[in-house]
Design a protein around this ligand. Structure first.
Ligand SMILES: [Ca+2]
Ligand SMILES: [Ca+2]
Length: 258
């Protein structure tokens, strides 16, 4: 019943990694993973948080999904929580806390939430708060969020991507036209809750990423196109070895359609 999880994974993101030796999403979401079915979701949970936080960029009426994790239930508002054996995903201090394990070169790890929201918006904006003890990676790859705007157009936010010569923080676009790597100006800050925004405008053909007020990617060119039932993932979405243990808190996840 969870085959859709694998089908929804952008296979290009996996195959572009030299380290996994895997194809497609099977390893990421299959095998030893623990999958929690949370199909009976309440899409409105936590819907007040972004407003309470006084977020100046918040536009009333555009929010199609939000979760501030205050209800203590990690999976109920999401379609699927996927966690690899030996890695933890829990609610800690009212946030989604992910702790991955040390993995070897040929291993992948993961702990993430996934949600699909019906609709065909021309612009998709994912935002969340994240706190990282460290974002300095010396090896492996780590992606913390994805936005699949349709079943053939995917965006992956990497803290360290799979580039073989100079891995960096990037927003990777995979479309029918191929893969485009948009290197970010900096990784997000550490040890402080940072608002991360991934803003994808399919009508204008631009994508932007911000860390609070810092523009890490400013209106980079992307493929224009249509959307269909976008899917978001937040957490340690892709963690390819060799990699050290990693930890992060995610909170106030908000998806907006325009
Ligand atoms: Ca919270
Ligand atoms: Ca919940």
């Amino acid at each position: 019943m969870f085959l859709a999880v694998s089908l929804a994974v952008p296979t290009g993101a996996c195959s572009s990694s030299d380290s996994t030796g895997a194809s497609g999403g099977e390893v990421v979401d299959g095998g030893e993973s623990v999958v929690v079915d949370a199909a009976a979701a309440d899409a409105n949970d936590g819907g007040t948080d972004a407003q309470i936080d006084g977020d100046a960029s918040f536009v009333p009426g555009t929010v199609v999904f939000s979760d501030d994790f205050s209800d203590g239930n990690l999976a109920d508002d999401w379609d699927v929580l996927t966690v690899a054996n030996g890695t933890t995903a829990e609610i800690d201090m009212g946030a989604f806390h992910v702790k991955t394990k040390v993995i070897a070169a040929q291993e992948a790890d993961f702990a993430h939430l996934r949600k699909t929201v019906p609709g065909a918006p021309s612009r998709v904006r994912l935002s969340f708060s994240a706190t990282f003890p460290s974002t300095t990676f010396t090896k492996g790859s780590m992606a913390i969020a994805t936005v699949d705007v349709s079943n053939n157009h995917f965006f992956t936010l990497w803290l360290r991507d799979t580039d073989s010569s100079a891995p960096a923080a990037s927003l990777e676009e995979i479309s029918l036209s191929g893969t485009k790597r948009n290197v970010l100006g900096s990784p997000p800050p550490t040890n402080v809750a940072t608002k991360i925004v991934v803003d994808i405008d399919l009508a204008a053909g631009t994508a932007s990423v911000t860390w609070d007020a810092t523009k890490a990617l400013d209106a980079a060119a992307i493929q224009k196109g249509t959307t269909e039932d976008p899917t978001i993932r937040v957490g340690a979405v892709y963690d390819y070895g060799p990699q050290d243990a990693f930890e992060a808190h995610f909170d106030d996840v908000v998806l907006e359609y325009y």
